[in-house]
Design a protein around this ligand. Sequence first.
Ligand SMILES: [Zn+2]
Ligand SMILES: [Zn+2]
Length: 243
Amino acid sequence: MLSTTARLLAGLGDLAALSTRGPGLCEVCRGWGAGALCAACIARYAAPQPRCGRCGLRLVQPAPACGECLRAAPPWRHTVCVADYGYPWDRLIAAFKFEGRVELAAALAARLVEAGRAAAAPLPQALVAVPLAPARLAERGYDQAWELARRAARGLGLAAPVAALQRPLDGSHQADLGRAERLRNLRRAFLVDPAQRSAIRGRSVGLVDDVLTTGATAREATEALLRAGAAAVDIWVVARTPA
Ligand SMILES: [Zn+2]
Ligand SMILES: [Zn+2]
């Protein structure tokens, strides 16, 4: 009898834990909503903004390319992004990446699919995730870009993301480094798995990551995919760091 009561109480504890961070509570305003973000917060924080079609940089008016992209065009064709990297996306992405909140992938990937469908560019034929360095993956237990990519693929009606990119080298925490040092670390950081080349060759690929900042990682990964025969690469990120 006692053990039954103890089990019942433990069960109630689980329910209480579920309700404080449960599926119906908006992560941003704590109001009730479907999924981790309510409709009001989606309308407020994920509204499309005028951007550079090439790199996703926020502009006063939408343009196919910003000044920087006109000076030195990135190797990818187009950038799909949900919002600027700022409130509340910085907080949501940090919770998703560093606090084990892997379930936030669903709400973030859903926004990414909406942004991709609203974009002027054609939808990619395959998605590829920017892989986490092996040491980071061991530390975190999941790969955030893969978690986004597999949900976005499902949302787009595509097959599962292609596990094409490999990251054999292990860099330092990129956030701690300057741009030149990041570029040095990333040199030949990505390889395409020969067994996955047929899934890439001749196809347009959406390269999925959480944030696009300097574009150094995206550039390396894009060039690896193009070398492997991808017809075109588009960047698909939740957040774009503003200028
Ligand atoms: Zn809300
Ligand atoms: Zn641009």
